[in-house]
Design a protein around this ligand. Sequence first.
Ligand code: A3P
Length: 284
Amino acid sequence: MSTADNHYFQYKGCNFVSAIYKKEHLEQLEHFEIKDSDVFIVTYPKSGTIWMQQILSLIYADGDLDDVQSKPTMQRAPWIEVPNSNFPERPSPRLNVTHLPYHLVPKALKAKKGKVIYVARNPKDVLVSSYYFHKHFALYESPKNFPDFFEKFIDGRVEFSCWFDHIRDWCTHKDEFNFLFLTYEEMQKDLRATIQKICNFVGRQLDDEKLDSVIKHSSFETMKKDPMANYEGIPKKSPGGSFLRKGTVGDWKNNFTVAQSERFDKIYQERMKDLPLVFTWDKE
Ligand code: A3P
C-alpha cells in the first residue's frame, strides 16, 4: 500500500478505509472486556456477513420479528471496529460482527471468552463480489477495471488486506477461541442444517415453526426486498447496484478469464497448501 494513497491507512499491517475507521478506536478495542454471552461473526468482507447478521439476530429474536424488522442489521449486530459501535455499553447478549484480522481482535476473546462464528467464502467469488461493491458504493475507491482490481485483491492492496492471510491466521489460531467455522457455500446448500449448527453452538433452541421463520426471513429474496436487511441506506455512486447482488456460488466464472482463473488457482495452491480447507467453487 502506497503511503501516498490516503484512501486507506494502515494499522498494525492491516488496511482500513480512512473515511470509516479511526486508529484510536482500533487501539482501544484490543482492550475491550468480553463476556461469555458475547457472539462475534468474523468474516473477510463479501463472504456473507450481512446474511449471518440477519440469521443470528433472527435466532436471538426467538420468533419475535418486531425488533428485527425495525432495525437495520448493522444495529442488531454492529461492527466492533466502527468507532460508534458502543460495544462496551450495549446490553447482553451482545451480537457483533468484525472483519478484523486475528491479531487485532480484543485480546480477551483469545482466552475463550465469548463465541466466534467465522464465515468463509470461496475467494474467487469474494473477489468478484468485492469488485462490484467497490464499483457501486460511495465510500470505496472505484476500481480502474477488473484486471486491475484482480491484482489488488491478490496482493492484499484492498481493505482488510489479504484474504489468504485473514483465513490462515484465524484458522491456525482457532483453538484459542470458542470457534465455529462455516462457509457461505454450505449455507447455500443447506441453510436449515447451518442454522441448527449455529443454534447448537450458541446454546439456543428453536422449534420447527421458529426455524422455518428464520429460514424464510434470511432467504436472499426476502432480504433483498427488506430495507432493514439490504443496506438500502448506504450511499451509492449512482443508482443501481444493490448490496444483495446475485447471492450465488460460482459467479467468478462470468468474470474471470481462463488465464486469471489458472493464475488464481496456482496462488491458491501455494498459499493454502497446508490448510485443511475445502471450498466449493461452483453451484452444486
Ligand atoms: P454477491 O455480491 O456475490 O451477490 P458481505 O455481507 O460479507 O459484504 O457479503 C455480501 C455478499 O453476500 C453478496 O454477494 C450478497 O449478495 C451475499 N448475500 C447476502 N445475503 C445473502 C443471502 N440471504 N443469500 C445468499 N447470498 C447472500
